[in-house]
Design a protein around this ligand. Structure first.
Ligand code: MN
Length: 515
């Protein structure tokens, strides 16, 4: 394990937050300042494992949010996100000083923190659903990403076991969710940081490939950049930004597996990016490039005319640089770039506000966006509503009265609000309606388990069988042979499955006794 090699002085001033988002208004700055001072006093004297003041973690979280273009409310909630659980603040205080919206966000992040990854790969999708269900508001999830992003930079100070748990959770849950929300910058950063803890060997291998390739490519890249710039100017294209980007570790890893670790067959490890104002400019740039550099056959992809299923737009082409090398060039507009890098987050930021798009946290559209990707039978590009419904149907398959499911109404309100996700001791996720009890849980797992249950531990503590389960509870059941269900259970069970099976048991045993 490498020790922290980041010995540069970091800036944790209030200005460091402001400087990352120049579009913050006076009002935004005022509330951020208030939250900054509040958090500072509520975490006074607290120190992180790294030896840094705890307060630095909150400023770093706020910096990440500011960098994503979030507004004063979200950045303030980022500063306050640990103040109730780990600091000296109360929820009443936060509500009084900052209002209900910020309190809602802070409490949401706290709730998310209680769900822990339990390392069952086959349940990752359920766990992702649980994270989304618990967050309720996309902003809660984004604050959690920003929080996790900083925590991943200080993992070296934790015991190995904890490193692995946090890094795996980040890789399997957060990186994926950020990706599905189209927040590529976050997904990439989270993946790059956590990959090395989960797959240290592969990480070293990939880092070596990157090192080798970037050394070899650097001169090549500089030369070709200069020459492209000249050609573009000569063609009277004046407004353009030319940058380069390195492929994210996780996506490079996936590609290397596909190419059987022949790194020389991966052409986009480092790519040139040309960003221009309009779609017309994109094609003009493509024309100039192909006129001056020979393109590689089969590597021209026009994702502007034919966007990827996730909405991604750009033109990709791989060219021979004329110095013995090849390089991928990606051409896109500013708008496509913002969408590709910030996705859902860009809809929450200032550009959306200027365009009069008001974000509505009751709008559950983002939820369907997150889960659309995995819907197997999805018809690409076709009716999004269908996909939404498809996914809800999957949940509804476990529901007890599907006929009462009004899909359209459920879409309008938060369709997670009446489901909970509980765990078996080995990490299986059990999806139940709100108000369910250990008896419902038992019948969901198996009817013979339901019939013989005598006790239940919830999160390690014995509780009565009519206890209402909550999101993330771990339920351990105790059963005894030859026990029978209690008819009183009918007073509190929530699922029709449990109700039906309790009645069926007694129907059957009535007959047993008769004959
Ligand atoms: Mn935190």
């Amino acid at each position: 394990m490498t020790a922290s090699n980041d010995k540069k002085k970091k800036d944790f001033s209030l200005e460091s937050i402001f400087n990352l988002n120049l579009e913050l208004t006076k009002k935004d700055r005022e509330i951020i300042k208030k939250a900054y001072l509040f958090a500072k006093s509520k975490h006074e004297g607290q120190v992180r494992q790294s030896g840094d003041p705890y307060f630095y973690h909150l400023v770093a979280t706020a910096q990440n949010l500011s960098n994503l273009g979030m507004d004063g409310i979200v950045i303030s909630a980022g500063l306050l996100h640990d103040s109730i659980e780990d600091g000296a603040a109360t929820r009443e205080e936060i509500e009084k000083v900052f209002g209900v919206e910020i309190l809602f966000l802070v409490e949401g992040v706290t709730k998310l923190g209680h769900i822990k990854y339990r390392g069952m790969r086959r349940h990752n999708e359920s766990l992702r659903k649980l994270f989304v269900a618990t967050s309720q508001d996309i902003r809660v999830l984004i604050i959690k990403f920003a929080d996790r992003l900083h925590n991943l930079t200080t993992l070296d100070f934790l015991p190995r076991e904890k490193q692995i748990r946090i890094a795996t959770e980040s890789l399997e849950i957060y990186t994926q969710l950020a990706y599905r929300l189209g927040i590529t910058t976050l997904s990439k950063a989270l993946g790059d940081l956590s990959f090395k803890y989960v797959f240290p060997e592969k990480y070293r291998k990939i880092r070596n490939i990157l090192k080798e390739r970037s050394k070899e490519n650097k001169r090549n890249l500089e030369q070709v950049s200069r020459s492209i710039t000249k050609k573009l100017v000569a063609a009277k294209i004046k407004k353009f930004k030319l940058t380069s980007r390195t492929k994210a570790i996780v996506s490079l890893y996936k590609k290397l597996i596909k190419k059987k670790w022949h790194a020389e067959n991966v052409y986009d490890i480092i790519a040139l990016r040309i960003i221009v104002p309009t779609v017309g400019d994109c094609y003009k740039v493509l024309g100039v490039i192909h006129k001056n550099f020979k393109p590689m056959a089969g590597r021209i992809k026009d994702y502007i005319a034919l966007p990827k299923p996730n909405g991604y737009q750009s033109i990709h082409t791989t060219i021979f640089t004329g110095h013995g090398g090849v390089v991928e060039v990606q051409i896109r507009t500013d708008k496509m770039h913002a969408e590709a890098e910030y996705g859902a987050a860009s809809h929450l930021g200032y550009k959306a506000k200027q365009m009069g798009l008001k974000y509505n946290s009751q709008d559950s559209d983002w939820v369907s966006k997150v889960f659309r990707v995995f819907s197997k039978k999805q018809e690409v590009g076709k009716d999004d509503k269908k996909n939404k419904i498809k996914w809800i149907q999957e949940l509804a398959e476990h529901s007890d009265n599907p006929e009462a499911f009004d899909f359209e109404t459920r879409l309008k309100d938060d369709f997670f609000s009446d489901r909970i996700f509980a765990f078996t001791p080995i990490g299986d996720v059990i999806d139940l309606p709100v108000g369910s009890t250990p008896v419902d849980f038992a019948y969901y797992v198996h009817s013979s388990l339901g019939d013989t249950i005598v006790g239940a531990k919830i999160n390690g503590i014995f509780k009565s069988l009519d206890t209402e389960l909550r999101n993330g509870d771990v339920v351990e059941l105790e059963s005894r042979k030859n026990e029978s269900p209690n008819l009183k259970w009918l007073d509190f069970v929530k699922t029709n499955t449990a109700r039906r099976k309790i009645k069926a048991y007694w129907e059957k045993h009535k007959q047993d006794k008769k004959y």
